[in-house]
Design a protein around this ligand. Structure first.
Ligand code: AMP
Ligand code: TRP
Length: 326
C-alpha cells in the first residue's frame, strides 16, 4: 500500500468564523479527508500575536474547535488539536527562525497591515515562521487555505528548501490548495475588500452560526452595483460577482447556469435566491454546532493532542539530529 499524502492546515481563534473561512478553506479541509492523511489545528499561539483578552481566547479556541467539527472535520479520519498542546511546533519554529530573513518577513502584507493596526511586535513578525513550522513539523505535502495565505506559503516553501539544502533533505515542499471559485470571498458591505473577522461591520460577513433571518437580512443589505443585469464581472460588478461565487458554492451549480437563470430577473429576486441557498447550506452546520457539547470537544482535542505530540516528536528527533543537537 502506498502511503497517503499528508495535509496540514490551521485556523486562528480570533473572532467568529464566517462563510469566507468555509468557502476558502474549511470546505477543503473536509473534502481532503477522503484522499489524504489530514492534520488540522486551532492555532491558538498565532492568535496571541495581536492584543487579546485571555478569557476570550479560551472561549474562542473552544468555539472554533466546535465549529471545525461541525462543518465535517471527522476526528476518526483527521488528527485535530490545539497548536499549543504540541510544543514541538514552537521548537521547530525556533530552528526555522535561524533560516528566515528579516527583510522577507517585513515584506509580508499581513504583517504590514496588522502592525499598522496593532503595533509592531516580534511575535507578529515571526508569525509566518511559526506557520511554516506547523506545516513542516507534519511534513505536509499540501495546505488548504484561502488566497490571503499565498505569501505565507511561499515563505514556508523557501524555509523548507533552505533547511533541506543546509541540513539534508527532510521536508517535502508543500503545495498550496485553494478552491477555483471562492478563494477570496469579499465583504458584503464593501465588495472590494475581503470578508474578514476583524471588519468592524457585522453586516459585512455571514457567520456560520447565523440563523436564517440574519442571513436573509445580510444578503438583502449587501452592496450591489449600478445597473440591473446579473453578470460575472469583477471590475464592473464586484458586489454581484461576489454573490454569484457564494451562490455557486452553496448550490454546487456553475456560475454561467446561475446567470442564465437570473440575468434579467433583477437584483432583488437574485438576492432572495442567494439568501435562501446560503441559509439552507448553513442550517445543518448551525444545528451540528448547537448539538455538540463542550465536553465532547474537549475530549476530541485531548486525544488529538496526544497523537499530535507523538507525530511531531518523530519529526523533531530527525530535525535535532540533522542540525547537530542529538
Ligand atoms: P483565519 O480565520 O484568518 O485563521 O483563516 C482561516 C482560513 O480561512 C485561512 O485558510 C484563510 O485563508 C481563509 N479565509 C479567511 N478569510 C477568507 C475569505 N474572505 N475568503 C476566502 N478564504 C478566507
Ligand atoms: N496564518 C493562517 C491564517 O491566518 C493560519 C495558520 C497558522 C495556518 N498556521 C497555519 C494555515 C498552517 C495553514 C497552515 O489563516
Amino acid at each position: 500500500m502506498t502511503e497517503r499524502r499528508r495535509v496540514f492546515s490551521g485556523a486562528q481563534p480570533t473572532g467568529e468564523p464566517h462563510i469566507g473561512n468555509l468557502i476558502g478553506a474549511l470546505n477543503n479541509w473536509v473534502a481532503m479527508q477522503d484522499d489524504y492523511d489530514t492534520v488540522y489545528c486551532v492555532v491558538d499561539l498565532h492568535a496571541m500575536t495581536v492584543p487579546y483578552v485571555p478569557s476570550e481566547l479560551e472561549k474562542e479556541r473552544r468555539q472554533l474547535a466546535k465549529m471545525v467539527l461541525s462543518v465535517g472535520v471527522d476526528p476518526s479520519r483527521s488528527l485535530f488539536y490545539y497548536q499549543s498542546d504540541v510544543p514541538q511546533h514552537v521548537e521547530l519554529a525556533w530552528v526555522l527562525t535561524t533560516l528566515a530573513g528579516v527583510g522577507q518577513l517585513e515584506r509580508m502584507t499581513q504583517y504590514k497591515e496588522k502592525s499598522d493596526r496593532t503595533g509592531q511586535s516580534f511575535g507578529l513578525l515571526a508569525y509566518p515562521v511559526l506557520m511554516a513550522a506547523d506545516i513542516l513539523v507534519h511534513k505536509a505535502h499540501a495546505v488548504p487555505v484561502g488566497d490571503d495565505q499565498t505569501q505565507h506559503l511561499e515563505l514556508t516553501r523557501d524555509l523548507a528548501e533552505r533547511f533541506n539544502s543546509r541540513y539534508g533533505e527532510l521536508f517535502p515542499i508543500p503545495e498550496r490548495i485553494t478552491p477555483e471559485i471562492g478563494a477570496r470571498v469579499m465583504s458584503l458591505t464593501e465588495p472590494t475588500s475581503k470578508m474578514s473577522k476583524s471588519d468592524p461591520s457585522p453586516r459585512s460577513r455571514i457567520l456560520l452560526t447565523d440563523d436564517d433571518d440574519q442571513i436573509v437580512a445580510k444578503v438583502r443589505a449587501a452592496v450591489t452595483d449600478t445597473g440591473a443585469e446579473v453578470a460575472y464581472d469583477w471590475t464592473a460588478k464586484p458586489g454581484i460577482s461576489n454573490l454569484l461565487e457564494i451562490y455557486s458554492f452553496f448550490t454546487g451549480r456553475p456560475i454561467p447556469d446561475l446567470i442564465a437563470e437570473h440575468r434579467d430577473g433583477g437584483y432583488g429576486a437574485f438576492k432572495e435566491a442567494v439568501a435562501q441557498a446560503v441559509a439552507e447550506g448553513i442550517r445543518p452546520i448551525r444545528k451540528a454546532y448547537e448539538a455538540l457539547s463542550d465536553e465532547e470537544v474537549a475530549q476530541v482535542m485531548s486525544v488529538g493532542a496526544e497523537r499530535g505530540r507523538e507525530l511531531a516528536e518523530g519529526t523533531m528527533m530527525t530535525v535535532r539530529e540533522a542540525v547537530g543537537l542529538s
